[in-house]
Design a protein around this ligand. Structure first.
Ligand code: PLP
Length: 407
């Protein structure tokens, strides 16, 4: 069965060009880049060149501002904990209620350790309220950590505006953004519109590099203590021997994404828009989560009321279609998505939300197949739903109140 992969916000396939570029650093130039002998110099040069190449894509003149990590989770942990350890006199952090757990859980842990954390709410479209953000900034604020593009809804936050407002209020507040879902999909200029951003996280496996490589941009002069202690790799700011093959892969993947961004992203957006329009037309009682906000061009989060996302995913999977739901199955219980709940998506829809996320490897045929299969799956599941009137093909009049009781 042909696999139709539409779960690219979870991870992406490694681009063949990336795989090829990494090869020699496993088999021939496998040396430790910190070693003194001549043979290792080629490896060290590859590391330096990759750093330069990546820095260039963010318009940075100083490549040393890019630190290599093992993943975006490590980059986020370093940004938050490193900032806190470097500024022990301030105890307030601002974040949003729709962050990835790699930020959210760290912030909750900071709260348990005596920090005050403001988790800013979002409106029904997933947008932040700017006035509320400004009101949250206080003389005790140490750090703002707000994601750029949301992995579930695709909603994009106005990082340029938020970072500028932060610095206008108090230049010593550190501004971090988790740009894991936007790097490679949107242009990011760290000397231009993102010049007020101090720290920025991203990860290789969301942009066709392998899993297990990430990076953190640390603007020169930003107070941020190392999180990983040990050897003095990465200028003493992140201990651990650098993963040169993966770093070479990350640089190649970012270059490919950025060189082809305009063409790829507009093609991907056309595919996403066609998919969205067809599903909305063919399926009654659906809503597109985040529709009213600026969104990533590759992401469609669609809620089908009165059925379970897990059921839809299972059925999709029998057709070889890979997507995600709005719920995370944790320790046997179905937890509705914190992102969709923060967006006030009704319970009838949170559980029936499915995320399709496309990449440059998706084709028109992939979208045709999803359009062919998905409405039928929804119709069949609704036939089994106690909240759906099969005679009239509409929700039962008491469905809303029944669901209120259920939760
Ligand atoms: N932040 C965001 C917005 C993400 O989407 C993800 C992965 O889904 C992460 C952080 C964590 O990335 P990694 O798997 O590289 O740790």
């Amino acid at each position: 069965m042909r696999i139709i992969y539409a779960d690219n916000n979870a991870t992406t396939q490694v681009a063949p060009e990336v795989y090829e570029a990494m090869g020699p650093y496993f088999t021939e130039q496998y040396f430790n880049p910190s070693s003194m002998y001549d043979a290792a110099h080629t490896t060290a040069n590859a590391l330096n060149n990759a750093r330069k190449e990546i820095a260039g894509h963010f318009a940075l003149e100083e490549p040393k501002q890019i630190l290599f990590t093992s993943c975006a989770t490590e980059s986020n942990n370093t940004a938050i904990m490193g900032t806190a350890r470097a500024n022990p006199n301030r105890r307030h952090i601002i974040t949003s209620s729709v962050e990835h757990p790699a930020v959210l859980e760290v912030c909750k842990d900071m709260e348990r350790n005596g920090y005050k954390v403001t988790f800013l709410p979002v409106d029904n479209d997933g947008n932040l309220n700017i006035d509320e953000f400004i009101r949250a900034l206080s003389p005790d604020t140490l750090l703002v950590t707000i994601l750029h593009a949301n992995n579930e809804s695709g909603v994009i936050f106005p990082i340029e505006q938020l970072s500028r407002l932060t610095k206008e209020t108090d230049p010593s507040i550190v501004f971090h953004t988790d740009a894991t879902q936007s790097v490679g999909k949107m242009p990011i200029d760290l000397r231009g519109e993102f010049r007020h951003v101090d720290l920025l996280s991203f990860s290789g496996h969301k942009l066709h590099a392998p899993k297990g490589i990430g990076a953190l941009f640390v603007r020169r002069g930003t107070p941020c203590r190392p999180y990983m202690l040990g050897g003095h790799q990465e200028g003493g700011r992140r201990a651990g021997t650098e993963n040169v093959p993966y770093i070479v892969g990350l640089a190649k993947a970012l270059s490919l994404s950025i060189e082809n961004m305009e063409e790829d992203e507009s093609r991907i957006q056309k595919l996403r828009d066609r998919l969205e329009a067809a599903l909305v037309e063919k399926i009654p009682e659906v809503q597109v989560n985040g529709k009213g906000a600026p969104r990533l061009p590759n992401t469609l989060n669609i809620a089908c009321h009165y059925i379970e996302g897990e059921g839809i995913l299972y059925q999709l999977s029998t057709h070889g279609i890979c997507a995600s739901s709005g719920s995370a199955c944790t320790s046997g219980s179905l937890e509705p998505s914190h992102v969709l709940r923060a967006m006030n998506v009704p319970f009838t829809a949170v559980h029936g939300s499915v995320r399709f996320s496309l990449s440059r490897y998706n084709t028109e045929e992939d979208v045709d197949r999803i359009i062919e299969v998905f409405p039928e799956i929804v119709a069949n599941l609704r036939k089994l739903s106690p909240y759906w009137d099969n005679e009239k093909n509409t929700p039962r009049p008491d469905a809303e109140s029944m669901l209120q009781q259920t939760h």
